[in-house]
Design a protein around this ligand. Structure first.
Ligand SMILES: Nc1ncnc2c1ncn2[C@@H]1O[C@H](COP(=O)(O)OP(=O)(O)O)[C@@H](O)[C@H]1O
Ligand SMILES: [Mg+2]
Length: 251
């Protein structure tokens, strides 16, 4: 089973938005998807219309010694299960489960044919990020087209290599791309040179429809199905599908 960890090279690159979009697109292709939020911000669920005041999630259940999978919600139809992180107090400890907990738990779950698991990872340095990378068969790193990201790339590559992911299973996408800005174009060219075929061929454009869809609590693909970003995300989902199904042998 493909387990895709979606993370940003830094905060705000769009990891949560991309993770939610991929889960939704694959669900709509009738593919069984498990989407799990590993971020304390507990934002992934808001992309699926979950009520803001709902605080249930895997972390609280685990801390209470209960079955964490019971925090899973069925979204839309039986193809998508969402596991929110859940609300945790600011004073609750950072310790969390040991580093390979999630990998072992996911291996124990009953999976359906063709299932994909999408993990929404927090920023570098947070324990749950390591947890997610240790469990993943593949990673997708969201980048923004700016000089700072080019500088952060080495650190991210080293982090992912340390988690045992082979380079060909670490894929990248540029998000919030604005073709009218010269620096965005320069950064894209540099990233393409550095990453070659591991970088998705098309960036996801900066598109106001993404924020509007989130604000109106609707999937982008319903709110603005013809938008540039919706199109870019559909292309990304198709590009990734080929790579996830091949298990890392496509370049
Ligand atoms: N392609 C895009 N165009 C416009 N806004 C975007 C795009 N992708 C993400 N955003 C916005 O950027 C912000 C950060 O996105 P988010 O997915 O939460 O990032 P991360 O999880 O990496 O911190 C959100 O307000 C989101 O709506
Ligand atoms: Mg996020």
């Amino acid at each position: 089973m493909a387990i895709l960890a979606v993370c940003g090279v830094k905060g705000g690159c769009g990891a949560t938005t991309v993770a939610a979009s991929l889960a939704l697109l694959w669900q709509r292709q009738q593919r069984p998807v498990l989407a799990m939020d590993l971020c304390r911000q507990n934002m992934l669920r808001l992309h699926f219309g979950m009520a803001r005041e709902e605080g249930d999630g895997w972390r609280g259940r685990l801390d209470a010694g209960a079955d964490w999978m019971r925090a899973a919600w069925e979204v839309g139809n039986h193809h998508l299960m969402l596991v929110p992180h859940g609300r945790v107090g600011l004073d609750s400890g950072q310790a969390g489960p040991e580093d390979h907990w999630l990998r072992e738990e996911l291996a124990l779950l009953e999976t359906r044919a063709g299932q994909r698991t999408v993990l929404d990872l927090p920023a570098i340095g947070v324990a749950e990020r390591r947890q997610g990378l240790n469990a993943a068969s593949h990673a997708l790193v969201a980048l923004s087209a700016e000089p700072a990201v080019c500088a952060l790339l080495d650190m991210t590559e080293a982090e992912l290599a340390a988690s045992g992911l082979r380079p060909e299973r670490v894929l990248f996408v540029i998000n919030q791309f604005n073709p009218l800005r010269r620096l965005d174009n320069d950064a894209e060219a540099m990233l393409r040179e550095a990453l070659g075929p591991r970088l998705a061929p098309l960036p996801i454009h900066r598109d106001e429809a993404v924020r509007e869809a989130f604000a109106s609590q609707q999937p982008l693909f319903d709110y603005a199905p013809e938008s540039q970003a919706a199109d870019d995300l559909r292309q990304l989902a198709a590009w990734l599908s080929v790579r996830l199904d091949a298990g890392g042998h496509v370049s």
